[in-house]
Design a protein around this ligand. Structure first.
Ligand code: F0G
Length: 471
């Protein structure tokens, strides 16, 4: 079926870079991993990175910079105000995204705090395709309600639809009618991280923009991986085959009023973020919050040198050889797993492979968190760190206080940019495929200590039936 879409398939090819500096990694033995996991209280965020062999916890801030970026660090201007680094950064952001007014922030979530502090009041509603967890938390922090209005196709494992991150226009219009003035802004996340890194079509951005403007609402694009999304648009929509990537990113933004970005992803840097807006008035208002939360508006919590590295990284991310390799690695791992009968999100996403924890461990009931159990088992088996994107991450329902088992339980294997080789991806695939044969041995997990906010980061767990989890 997928052969109809050659670019979705195995795109293993030579890396468009050579390795100039390396960091050794070591594979500790299984007994050491057992001990490390026990002292991490069965929460992979608590592991020491030196006990991890291949780290697929996140693609955020974990990529490798180019030698041009390292060189750019050297001419960072550390002036408190009006630094030359900021000017270089601003010109790049204007060029790639087309917004006039730019605010640097220290990462994506501080951009979210700035935006939500300005736009929201208690009791407001904020639609999105699917809010990333920090975005949802920033909305809830203002005592407002996050609405996820993605198309239903995203929950269909076998649908070949190439733009499963699209917003459902009918659901959006219903919300706009129902909540009226209680919707101060609409967000759209490209690519849709919490929905498998799935792409959004340009047509959808255009239609969402038109609908927002019909109802007088500003549209903001969560742009953490918008350049990967632009590449999918170029590859999957014939209208844009001949368009250069920055032309596509600018076209996306032309339908929006603003954007924010965690630059730790498509900025190809280890820290950084930004907000871009068209309106001078909104810029003035947001700047105030930026100064309060992040620092003066020509550095925003970043060093001048960070802004220089980001100015170079944004352009490098737009290079098609890079994007082909990047998305090719994700497609390669996805296809190896799917061809061996491991259920993954499909078509391949931009930054990660998402494995269906419930299908992998059908013997573990949702109340025993099958996806989290699989992340622990994969660490024990292969030293690979992944993350649960499922009912632990979703947290408890705001009103009922119940766990929310009515969604997907996924294991995310997020691939850092320009960091690992195809051989390392194959190692991950081989281990998971082998584990599938004896998946019945994987035990369920339970909380031993549950923390109240963003609980996946800090809670503690134990295997069901083990001494640690007794009582
Ligand atoms: N929006 C999206 C779509 C994200 O994926 C993230 C972060 C943020 C906003 C927040 O940005 O981390 O710079 O504060 N995602 C990371 C991840 C953490 O692992 O997916 P941040």
């Amino acid at each position: 079926m997928s052969d109809e879409h050659p670019h979705w398939r195995n795109t293993k090819g030579p890396e468009p870079f050579y390795i100039k500096s390396v960091a050794p990694i070591r594979r500790i033995c299984r007994e050491e991993r057992e001990r490390a996991l026990a002292s991490a209280k069965y929460n992979l965020f608590n592991l020491q990175s030196e006990d991890v062999f291949i780290d697929l916890l996140t693609d955020s801030g974990t990529g490798a910079m180019s030698h041009y970026q390292w060189a750019a660090l050297m001419h960072g201007d550390e002036a408190y105000a009006g630094g030359a680094s900021f000017e270089r950064f601003k010109q790049t952001v204007r060029d790639v995204f087309g917004f006039e007014h730019i605010i640097p922030t220290h990462q994506g979530r501080s951009a979210e705090l700035i935006l939500m502090s300005h736009f929201l009041k208690p009791g407001c509603y904020v639609p999105n395709n699917i809010h990333f967890d920090t975005t949802a938390a920033a909305v809830q922090f203002q005592k407002a309600i996050d609405l996820n209005l993605v198309i239903d196709d995203i929950y269909d494992w076998n649908s070949e639809f190439p733009f499963k991150g699209n917003m459902d226009l009918a659901k959006l219009e219903d919300a706009l009618k129902k909540y009226g003035d209680k919707i101060p802004l609409v967000c759209h996340t490209l690519t849709c991280n919490s929905g498998g890194g799935q792409a959004v079509s340009l047509q959808n951005v255009k239609e969402v923009g038109a609908l927002c403007h019909k109802y007088g609402k500003p549209l903001f694009i969560d742009s953490a991986r918008v350049i990967e999304n632009a590449y999918f648009i170029q590859q999957r929509d014939p209208v844009y085959h001949d368009w250069a990537i920055p032309a596509i990113t600018r076209e996306i933004m032309s339908h929006a009023d603003g954007m924010w970005m965690s630059a730790k992803k498509d900025g190809l840097v280890n820290i950084g973020g930004l907000i871009g807006v068209r309106s001078a008035e909104v810029f003035d208002a947001l700047r105030m919050y930026g100064i309060l939360f992040d620092g003066f508006s020509t550095y925003g919590g970043q060093a001048g040198r960070d802004l220089d590295a980001l100015a170079v990284g944004l352009y490098e991310c737009c290079e098609e050889d890079y994007l082909q390799h990047r998305t090719g690695q994700v497609a390669h791992l996805t296809c190896l797993l799917r061809d061996a009968g491991v259920r993954t999100t499909w078509p391949p996403g931009g930054h990660a492979v998402y494995v269906d924890g419930r299908d992998f461990c059908p013997h573990i009931p949702p109340e025993q968190f099958p996806a989290h159990a699989l992340t622990l088992a994969l660490y024990l088996e292969a030293g690979v760190r992944s993350v649960e994107i499922g009912s632990i991450l979703r947290g408890r329902h705001a009103e009922t206080g119940e766990n929310q088992y009515d969604g997907l339980d996924l294991v995310r294997l997020a691939i850092p940019r320009r960091t690992y080789t195809f051989t390392q991806m194959e190692y991950v695939a081989e281990n998971l495929i082998e584990m599938k044969k004896n998946a019945g041995n994987i035990r369920g997990v339970k909380f031993t200590r549950e923390t109240p906010v963003l609980r996946h980061f800090t809670s503690e767990f134990g295997w069901v039936g083990s001494a640690e989890s007794a009582g």
